[in-house]
Design a binder for this molecule. Structure first.
Ligand code: PA5
Length: 446
């Protein structure tokens, strides 16, 4: 089971810059309010919680079919619709494309050069394209879909539709319309689930099954941690405690940056997924916390100096794995040279552990607050726990701040400005605003 070590957030350990138990107890009213929002299901968007009980048989059937008839599986999506699936793949199937079949490629941008390059190399007869968009309306995803559709149509004629799976809102959105018209394969994302909370929906689980990652294990892990993270008592609920500590560090100590630093390459994408969740859910009404994705040990050699001596505005969150499942040893070569001799015969497991512990100690000794989340092993069960833990923490944190953790008005505004510029009827004002800004912008030219 996931553990959360939070001593280094407390005054008893790090001195004046730490939190006191009184400060934590003092916000009981706020925490009770936040708990009631979740417990009483005051928001439809909390439907992501029910994903732990979903029936995955359709996803598995589809995955088996795709695995049998494809050499390449391309996922097109953006934001939560791409970051969640990528977090699963990178955490649980490292080097998938060198080892397994079909190869998987997640593309979330609309850089014309990249799209051109993908189109050039794919074999339409052996490629399946999974278009993932919760709303079914996102311009980037829809544009990529249109480009691939035309290409597949040109090569496959009427068979093209069989090469697409659309994962989207079952009720609305322009992609759903196409699914119906073209009789395409599709999977639903519950209408109330927001993109960044959709990782455990078919948005993430189809790719997971195709990559040979058990969706049942992901869901089981999420379900088990949910039991702990539903407890009304703050001290018994790790997700609530996690949020309360970071909330107090933000409002009392002005620590408005949270560094998310797993000591595992495989969790780098999960750290980016967390950063989207934290940023887009909490950054509202002048409030919120800026998340920063990092990875250990790499960022010890690029960011740690700033965390130690720079502005006092950060909390570092480590994610550690107890057993990496590999005992790769550094061979005994060149041992006569002192520095080589020191490393010879050591396990990489021990080396990464020593690096993490010493960073934690250095931060704590310098009174820099930090927390450590540990999982025993990096497997689907524990990755499922991490997803649900952070999702519950995020919603709880939103309610502590008093913001809506499920909307994203400025993402929508950006989408509308794009529609305006593209000439969509009804979006004339957005078009004029953007054009005026471009004209009035001060510019320095050579
Ligand atoms: O969390 C969110 O709502 C966003 O990041 C979305 O995931 C992103 O904008 C893509 O939206 P959609 O999945 O509807 O295409």
């Amino acid at each position: 089971m996931l553990e959360m070590h939070f001593g280094n957030m407390l005054g008893e350990v790090i001195g004046d810059k730490g939190l006191s138990l009184v400060e934590i107890e003092d916000i009981r009213e706020k925490t009770a309010f936040a708990h009631s929002q979740i417990h009483d299901r005051k928001w439809d968007e909390l439907a992501f919680i029910d994903l732990v009980n979903q029936d995955t048989s359709e996803i598995k059937e589809l995955a088996a079919k795709i695995t049998g008839n494809s050499d390449l599986f391309i996922l097109l999506g953006i934001g939560g619709s791409a970051m969640g699936p990528r977090a699963i793949l990178d955490a649980l199937q490292p080097m998938h494309n060198f080892r397994n079949h079909p190869r998987i490629f997640i593309y979330e941008n609309i850089d014309p050069r990249t799209l051109e390059a993908i189109i050039e190399v794919i074999d339409p007869h052996r490629t399946t394209i999974n278009v993932v968009s919760k709303s079914g309306n996102t311009a980037e995803t829809v544009a990529s879909f249109m480009i691939f559709w035309e290409h597949m149509k040109k090569n496959l004629g009427d068979e093209a539709a069989k090469r697409f799976v659309i994962t989207t809102n079952p009720e609305g959105g322009i992609l759903r319309q196409i699914v119906k018209e073209q009789h395409m394969m599709s999977l639903p994302v519950h209408p109330s689930i927001v993109g960044r909370y959709s990782v455990l929906s078919p948005a993430g689980l189809l790719l997971s099954e195709i990559a040979g990652i058990s969706s049942d294990e992901l869901l089981l892990g999420a379900k088990d941690i949910l039991t702990k993270c539903s407890n009304a008592e703050l001290w018994e609920n790790p997700a609530y405690l996690f949020s309360v500590l970071l909330y107090l560090m933000c409002v009392k100590e002005k620590r408005t940056i949270n560094v998310m630093m797993p000591y595992a390459d495989g969790l780098k994408s999960l750290s980016e997924w967390f950063c989207q969740l934290w940023a887009e859910s909490l950054g509202k009404l002048g409030l919120g916390i800026t998340p920063y994705p990092a990875v250990g040990t790499t960022d010890q050699h690029s960011q740690l100096q700033l965390w130690m001596e720079g502005p006092e505005d950060k909390v570092v969150i480590f994610v550690r794995i107890v057993d990496y499942g590999s005992n790769i040893r550094i061979p005994k070569v060149f041992e006569k040279i002192e520095e080589f001799g020191l490393l010879s015969g050591q396990c990489l497991n021990d080396l990464i552990d020593a690096a993490a512990k010493s960073t934690e100690l250095a931060l704590s000794n310098a009174s820099k607050p930090n927390m450590t989340i540990t999982i025993p092993v990096l497997d689907a069960y524990h990755v499922g726990q991490l997803f649900m833990f952070f999702e519950i923490s995020t919603t709880f944190m939103g309610f502590l701040f008093g913001v809506n953790p499920f909307n994203q008005p400025w993402i929508e505004a950006g989408k509308n400005n794009t529609f305006g510029l593209l000439g969509k009827p009804g979006y004339q004002k957005q078009k004029e605003d953007v054009l005026r800004m471009a004209k009035e912008n001060v510019c320095w030219r050579l």
